[in-house]
Design a protein. Structure first.
Length: 690
């Protein structure tokens, strides 16, 4: 019998018990010489195993989760005391009773395989780890895991003793973090309960509403910092943060919404026990659910999702026994159409002016801006129009957008409007001061072009000496100022064998996202000779095969076949919607206000000076055709992957004139002259006969 509810409070211990069973199996496998099975079991114990809502995050996931939860629960108390400018009330007597009963549970669960080498009083007085100390601890444990892996790979019988010691080391730290988390949970509840008595329920709720967003960002940023430092990708944060819950999670990409149900909650378990045993007011727990837990979930999703979203909380654990979140991608309260196809991401070429001379430029940028580029007020009006359709990630590009004098004003306007603002730049003009201004204006992410790990080669490709050094320094300056950075690399014959080195370089300067762009013959890019279709296919496969070596989030661009390839390789595809999203969830605005399906498909569908963006987006015949897979022709129309991939419509359009139109003309938006629905000529896949 335990003091606290097992389902809510002790999944951590249940997971340790399950891992101990796998440890016993691994030891048997080593004893019988079945080292392959031992390796699989070791990986499951320490790095996790996926099995729906019963998934085990492994020792690594559990430790990161509980580290983050210690910070979250401690911060809840600190932020409220700071907001009220009061000292912490004395709740030590109740706290000790409640906590000792939880500690007794922990000893009961672990005594047979993990005797705890510390007592409750020690934990209560132990100084919490800093982010650097957490990272160092985690890194040390990972290094020990690598040594065990090597012993298992070498079929060394001594691996049995090593894996037992490693299990104990990880387990002790997981237990310590979980116990510390519960101490802070109970402490926070009792402090909040006292504040509601002295300040009143309404005043406490008002204070929580004032500080909740700051609290959510702070706690998630600390968790993210540790996650990235120990070598995990940003999107891993979500699974780590949810690792101690039984979860039902669904996402409907046709409706662009999703539901997340938490069937258990360790915070609620501690709160419920305090209510039942010591009469703490249940309304106090409701405050946590409505404000702090919601703010934490919102900040966590904002960190891992690439598109803007709106979050609701229809059910609260404290009052309903289940915690439920509902999210809608790109939701705008001004959008009246419940349409399936709305922009999730848009690019706006704010200027054609550029200080580079890139040989592949799709917009054929020059040293002078267009005479009829949208003005500041027209740009703001454009963002207002976009907001009437959806709330996308809006990437301001060029040319070089930082040459536009009002760029920071435009970023700030869009950010305050609720759009997620991005910037596409060469990085040449970004130093620490500019990075600070971008962050202050509200920029969410910046893409920097980097086409070689060799400085001279990048400079030659970009046509300007020193461009490589400026790009690398821009990445460093942006990361220093906490701006998410993406590196964009355009694949050519010259850098075909450098992609792994470029990814390593990007990683070394703090970059998280890497987009590999495949040349589309538009603008000056029409003068370049593209790689062969088979090389194109092979590069996608090779890049995906190397992803495990890096912490980068990798996505091919202008290569919709990557969806078919990723599926064939068994990769996790939940982060992607479709290969080609032009006209479905993406479009481009030219500097003069012309709307096109994408930068590389320069068909003018309308101009925002002449008609509303909403009218163009919903009523353009070209957009409607792009949203209907049955309109595709040739082998794309026959392909079983057409709803997953769709083929590159820009490449089909640019090369549909018997492959000879390489004049290099400026590809400004114009009326349709070719067939954008024909098959993608750069795809080597042959559809299976239906």
């Amino acid at each position: 019998m335990t003091n606290y509810d097992v389902r809510h409070c002790h999944k951590w211990a249940q997971l340790l018990i399950e891992r101990k069973q796998k440890l016993d199996q691994a030891l048997c496998a080593i004893e019988t010489g079945d080292f392959d099975s031992a390796k699989k079991l070791s990986d499951q114990i320490f790095t996790g195993a996926q099995a729906g809502k019963q998934a085990d995050p492994g020792m690594a996931g559990s430790l990161l989760y509980h580290m983050a939860m210690v910070t979250k629960m401690e911060s809840e108390t600190q932020v409220l005391l700071s907001e009220f400018k009061v000292k912490e009330p004395n709740v030590s007597a109740q706290l000790k009773k409640l906590y000792n009963e939880f500690y007794d549970d922990a000893k009961e669960f672990t005594q047979s395989f993990l005797p705890l080498n510390y007592d409750a009083d020690v934990i209560a007085q132990t100084k919490h780890l800093s982010s650097e100390e957490k990272s160092a601890l985690f890194t040390k444990l990972k290094q020990e895991h690598k040594k065990v892996d090597t012993q298992i790979a070498d079929k060394d019988p001594k691996a049995a003793k090593a894996v037992v010691k490693l299990f104990d080391d990880w387990g002790q730290h997981v237990a310590l973090m979980r116990l510390t988390q519960e101490y802070e949970t109970i402490r926070g509840l009792l402090v909040l309960s006292e504040l509601t008595k002295t300040r009143g329920y309404e005043a406490v709720e008002a204070a929580m509403m004032r500080v909740k967003d700051e609290f959510g960002k702070k706690t998630v940023n600390i968790a993210l910092d540790v996650t990235l430092k120990v070598g995990m990708r940003r999107e891993k944060l979500q699974s780590v943060m949810l690792s101690d819950h039984f979860i039902n999670m669904t996402m409907d990409m046709e409706k662009l919404d999703g539901n997340m149900e938490f069937l258990n909650c360790p915070i609620h378990g501690g709160h419920h026990y305090a209510q039942k045993k010591y009469g703490v007011d249940p309304k106090v727990s409701t405050l946590f659910c409505k404000h702090f837990c919601f703010a934490h979930a919102n900040a966590m999703l904002d960190t891992v999702l690439p598109f803007p979203f709106t979050l609701w909380q229809p059910k609260l654990m404290a009052s309903d026994g289940i915690c439920q979140y509902y999210l809608k991608l790109a939701y705008s309260p001004q959008a009246q159409n419940a349409e399936r196809f709305v922009p999730l991401i848009m690019s706006w070429n704010v200027t054609r002016e550029c200080n580079m001379k890139c040989s592949h430029c799709y917009i054929n940028a020059t040293e002078k801006k267009l005479s009829n580029e949208l003005t500041t007020q027209e740009g703001k009006a454009l963002m207002d129009q976009i907001y009437e359709v959806s709330r996308p990630l809006l990437v301001l590009s060029g040319g070089e957008p930082l040459l536009r004098p009002d760029i920071f004003e435009l970023i700030e306007y869009g950010s305050k409007k609720g759009l997620k603002m991005g910037l596409g730049s060469t990085g040449y003009l970004i130093d620490d001061a500019v990075a600070k201004k971008l962050k202050s204006a509200g920029i969410a992410t910046v893409s920097i072009s980097l086409d070689s790990h060799i400085p001279e080669q990048h400079d030659e490709f970009r046509g300007v000496a020193g461009a490589w050094e400026k790009a690398v320094n821009a990445c460093k300056a942006l990361r220093k100022n906490d701006v998410l950075v993406q590196v964009n690399t355009t694949l050519t014959h010259e850098n075909y064998n450098q992609i792994d080195d470029i990814m390593t370089l990007a990683e070394s300067v703090g970059v998280e996202n890497f987009h590999l762009f495949f040349l589309v013959p538009t603008g000056r890019g029409k003068k370049l000779t593209d790689i062969s279709p088979q090389k194109y296919e092979d590069m996608i496969t090779t890049t995906f095969a190397k992803v495990h070596r890096h912490r980068l989030n990798v996505r091919p661009s202008c290569a919709p076949q990557f969806m078919r390839i990723a599926k064939g390789m068994g990769l996790d595809m939940r982060q992607w919607i479709r290969g080609c999203i032009a006209g479905m969830h993406y479009c481009r605005i030219y500097p003069n206000g012309d709307v096109t399906p994408c930068p590389y498909l320069p068909i003018k569908l309308g101009n925002v000076r002449e008609q509303s963006f909403k009218d163009i987006w919903f009523n353009s015949p070209v957009f409607k055709n792009l949203r209907d897979p049955s309109c595709l022709k040739g082998k794309c129309g026959e392909c079983e992957y057409k709803t997953l991939c769709g083929g590159c419509r820009a490449r089909a359009y640019g090369l549909s004139s018997d492959f000879i139109d390489y004049c290099g003309d400026l590809h400004v938006p114009a009326a349709q002259t070719k067939d954008y629905l024909t098959e993608d000529p750069w795809c080597v896949y042959q559809p299976k006969k239906q």
